[in-house]
Write a protein that binds this ligand. Structure first.
Ligand code: ADP
Ligand code: GN1
Ligand code: MG
Length: 365
């Protein structure tokens, strides 16, 4: 844990006005260390988010921040200047005193960034009602519509092969062979579940290679707690967690909204009897997404939306399973079996989607 004094010192590196007051952990992200930091300046209290970039996951934080700054500036330029509270609609990068997008602490090798805290908005780990699901989907889709036209060259791939599902399957097979923690015997059924679906897992990458799907700029981590909704109105405010904004397939973004936003329970739920894909949430996300995204989807893109939900859920379950076998090196965990619980929960969601698949397809008509 980083101490208050250390955080104050980190804050001193950034162009922030006023005096450091306090800092506290923020949110339930699995990757970065995220802090809410309060300052006091002439106009009163002002809050910022400090994030220590996980540089084991993101191997080139400077390139990541190049993407981040480009995306954030583009979105800011697209936001209506006359809109009330327009400052809440974007993560604006606060530069360091040296004019850089993040601070690299040479003593411990850490990378820190800072941006505005968005007041009066919340994230949800599980959608509580269809309105939240709908709002999350339209907000993500509006984001995709805007980043689609990002000027300049191709964005860096901050994690290569991030949504290459066959590569994720290969990583699982390697972990099975190595079994460094002797955990394979504890997840035999889960391994079988994943490998039984290996062929279908390659569908999207194959269609991309065949030129039938087009790469766009996508978010790649559209889980429901990566979008802020207004506490009072419930309206979508801002898409966050821009680390994986890079070239990708729109399907994985849609699918991840369903995986996370249509889930009946938390990602680490142990009680599988309460886990299923809620059809009303699926429907709300589908219609919210199409409301904004229909105009840039091909007929094939649309046809594949139900399948995308299943494939990404399988992919993320496979990643949790691989991390479990390898000793919980990637995702933050709070107890020894959490990645196994997460795997089981994801695979229960896959089964639930398989059971409702025809209905999911019919909802498109
Ligand atoms: P991670 O990559 O670890 O998931 P996120 O960028 O998603 O990190 O941040 C973790 C959590 O912190 C989010 O789910 C959200 O609850 C909260 N959060 C992050 N940025 C903001 C912000 N600008 N305003 C309000 N809450 C935020
Ligand atoms: C991670 O960063 P966070 O918690 O929003 C992960 C996603 C997974 C998700 C599963 C960079 O998302 O790919 O889908 O956990 N992000 C990264 O909850 O690996
Ligand atoms: Mg996040």
């Amino acid at each position: 844990m980083t101490t208050q004094t250390e955080i104050k010192d980190i804050g001193d590196q950034f162009n922030i006005e006023g005096e450091f007051v306090s800092s506290a952990p923020l949110g339930n992200g699995h990757i970065n260390q995220t802090l809410l930091v309060t300052y006091l300046n002439k106009s009163g209290k002002k809050k910022y988010v400090f994030q220590k970039i996980n540089h084991v996951v993101f191997k080139e934080p400077m390139k990541l921040m190049e993407n981040y700054s480009r995306v954030s500036s583009h979105l800011r330029a697209c936001i209506d200047k006359d809109e009330t509270q327009n400052e809440r609609r974007n993560l604006d990068v606060v530069l360091t005193k040296l004019g850089e997008a993040c601070y690299h602490n040479l003593e411990d090798g850490s990378f820190w960034r800072c941006y505005n805290y968005i007041e009066g908005a919340e994230t949800y780990d599980v959608a509580e009602n269809t309105n939240q699901a709908y709002e999350a989907a339209t907000t993500f889709a509006q984001f995709l519509k805007l980043v689609k036209d990002l000027p300049g060259g191709r964005l860096h791939e901050t994690i290569p092969n991030f949504h290459n599902t066959p590569a994720r399957m290969d990583a699982l097979k390697k972990a099975i062979q190595q079994d460094p923690c002797d955990r394979l015997k504890l997840v035999k059924d889960e391994v079988r579940f994943a490998l039984d679906r290996e062929k279908e897992a390659g569908t999207f990458i194959k269609l991309l290679q065949e030129g039938k799907l087009t790469e766009l700029i996508t978010h790649n981590d559209t889980k429901i707690n990566n979008v802020l909704l207004d506490c009072k109105t419930g309206k979508g405010v801002c898409v966050i967690d821009l680390d994986t904004v890079m070239p990708g397939l729109i399907h994985y973004d849609f699918g991840d909204m369903i995986r996370s936003g249509a889930a009946s329970a938390k990602e680490n739920s142990k009680d599988l009897s309460i886990v299923y894909m809620k059809f009303d949430m699926y429907s709300a996300i589908l219609h919210g997404f199409l409301e904004e995204a229909d105009e840039f989807l091909t007929p094939l893109d649309k046809e594949l939306l139900p399948l995308s939900a299943k494939i990404i859920t399988l992919e993320i379950g496979t990643r949790f399973l691989t991390d479990y076998l390898l000793g919980d090196k990637y995702f933050k965990t709070h107890h020894a079996d959490e990645n196994r619980d997460r795997t089981r929960m994801q695979f229960k969601m896959v089964s639930s989607m398989e059971e409702q698949f025809v209905k999911m397809q019919n909802e498109l008509k």
